[in-house]
Ligand binder design. Structure first.
Ligand SMILES: [Zn+2]
Length: 56
């Protein structure tokens, strides 16, 4: 299920407030030194730092 059009533009990383980019089943923070990847479940982004995948 694709994200609602325009939704990505209003979303920001809750950790650093950088914009997010959509990847397969994830929203990835574009912030340098952050890069957290947030899961998208049933088309709904889960923007919780506790749920995010940390970059290697
Ligand atoms: Zn971030």
């Amino acid at each position: 299920m694709p994200l609602e059009a325009g939704l990505l533009e209003i979303l920001a990383c809750p950790a650093c407030h950088a914009p997010l980019k959509e990847e397969e089943n994830e929203l990835v923070c574009t912030g340098q030194d952050c890069g957290l990847a947030y899961p998208v479940r049933d088309g709904i982004p889960v923007l919780l730092v506790d749920e995010a995948r940390r970059p290697e």
